[in-house]
Design a protein around this ligand. Structure first.
Ligand SMILES: Cc1ncc(COP(=O)(O)O)c(C=O)c1O
Length: 445
């Protein structure tokens, strides 16, 4: 009997009691290789001494001082560390406690930016279908996952959605990457014209789509076209790097690979690596200056923003990534993981696509590879894989609704940056066992 209002009242959860590197251990002593970092959170594994000790030291000195009265040392140092490694156009960081809060802050700041600039008629946000930006009402409204939105639809602000850049299903036969990127850019521009270019605040996208599509990078050139369109119409580009940023894709900022710079970038997950809840919004100089030259006050704020212990933990994460060379592991390990995944699953009859970047990979599961026909959603293939993986001692992040919020299944992988090669083999073996168990079961039922 539990008094906890758990996520899913139909499930009984094992009790996690300990973390050890890439593994989580439950009360029965069962070890789980954490190949998804929960939801792409635990980039340093579960027992990083440097981060734990930095948080402990901060708690001894000062756990919390409300930011309407004080600034604090770790918050200042963390902002310095992030800005020092950001493109020159960024100068400020707004701290929050998670990814949804970072996206809420982005949306409100984008709106206030235009109000301060004397363009209060700008009120529309354009985002993409099959995206996830969080579960608070603003973030949910811009998110494009039909299932997550459905019952809350009457409460959501009016955002519109264009196609994601999802080459496996979106790119036409014989269409080049450049032509596909151009077609999607044209769709975005048409939507801007439909709404009225002077009515739009921002275009919002995950740089590499995580939970809802399963680690889908855009085709080369897509974000360059998007940036040009935003610039042409004076629209802000908000990139959601809550999942894909902070080194997950091999570079600190996922947008580095795209050769563009957004106006606002939302961070969370790997920023605190699971040691503390923290999120942040990286803010371009011109956005900040519009506030400074206007009212001077961003009309937002939460009690725990800039929490000293959370910032101390995140600062120690940055030191591990850069000072200790942990970030440099991501690209080579990612290439190794790609190779192993392709060796194991490229010819699997139910694996339609293997895509990703860095240590962020997705496998899309299909009933039929030639036609890309998805499984019947009633089979809940993703849920079966999650169950089978747990049984095998593997944590991965399967999800359904890949195509349209209802049909399609994928498995998301986001192992820690400290993972060893042997653990990548263990990952692939256990995932293979979970997939086999799922389809054996499915063929029997
Ligand atoms: C891309 C993206 N944005 C926002 C969020 C929301 O973050 P949080 O769950 O920390 O509120 C998530 C969470 O999965 C995410 O993947």
């Amino acid at each position: 009997m539990t008094h906890v209002f758990h996520r899913d009242s139909r499930l009984t959860y094992p009790v996690a009691v300990r973390g050890e590197g890439a593994y989580l251990i439950d009360r029965e002593g069962k070890r789980y290789l954490d190949a998804s970092g929960g939801a792409a959170v635990s980039c340093l594994g579960h027992s990083d001494r440097a981060v734990i000790e930095a948080i402990q030291r901060q708690l001894e000195r000062l756990p919390f001082a409300h930011t309407s009265f004080f600034t604090n040392e770790p918050m200042e140092a963390l902002a310095d560390a992030l800005v020092a490694r950001a493109p020159k156009s960024f100068d400020k960081v707004y701290f929050v406690s998670g990814g949804s809060e970072a996206m809420e802050a982005a949306l409100k700041l984008a709106r206030q930016y235009f109000v301060e600039k004397g363009e209060p008629q700008r009120a529309h946000v354009i985002a993409r279908r099959q995206s996830y930006h969080g579960n608070t009402l603003g973030a949910l409204a811009v998110g494009g996952n039909a299932w997550r939105r459905k019952q809350f639809e009457p409460l959501l602000i009016d955002a519109t959605h264009v196609s994601p850049c999802y080459a496996y299903r979106g790119k036409g036969a014989g269409e080049s990457d450049a032509a596909y990127a151009q077609r999607l850019a044209h769709e975005l521009e048409q939507e801007i014209h439909r709404l009225g270019a002077d009515k739009v605040i921002a275009f919002v996208a995950e740089t590499v789509v995580g939970a809802t599509l399963g680690a889908v990078p855009a085709v080369p050139g897509y974000f360059k076209r998007v940036r040009e369109i935003c610039d042409r119409h004076g629209i802000l580009l908000i990139l959601d790097e809550v999942m894909c940023g902070m080194g997950r894709c091999g570079t600190l900022w996922a947008f580095e690979e795209e050769g563009i710079v957004p106006d606002l970038a939302a961070l969370a997950k790997g920023l605190g690596a699971g040691y503390q809840p923290i999120g942040a919004l990286l803010v371009a100089r011109h956005v900040y200056e519009a506030i400074v030259e206007g009212t001077g006050f961003f009309q937002h704020g939460h009690t725990y923003l800039g929490h000293a212990a959370a910032c101390a933990g995140a600062l120690a994460v940055q030191q591990r990534l850069h000072g200790d060379g942990v970030l440099a592991r991501v690209k080579p390990l990612g290439m190794l993981l790609e190779k192993k995944l392709k060796q194991a699953f490229a010819d699997h009859p139910h694996v339609g696509d293997i895509r990703g970047r860095g240590l962020f990979w997705g496998l899309e599961l299909v009933e039929d590879r030639a036609s890309k026909k998805p499984f019947d959603p009633a089979l809940r293939v993703h849920a079966r894989i999650k169950r089978a993986a747990l049984k095998a001692g593997l944590l991965c992040y399967p999800m359904g609704g890949t195509l349209d919020g209802r049909r399609g299944d994928h498995v998301l992988l986001a192992p820690p940056f400290i993972v060893e090669e042997a653990q990548l083999d263990e990952l692939v073996d256990k995932l293979g066992a979970a997939i086999s168990a799922t389809f054996t079961l499915e063929e029997e039922t």
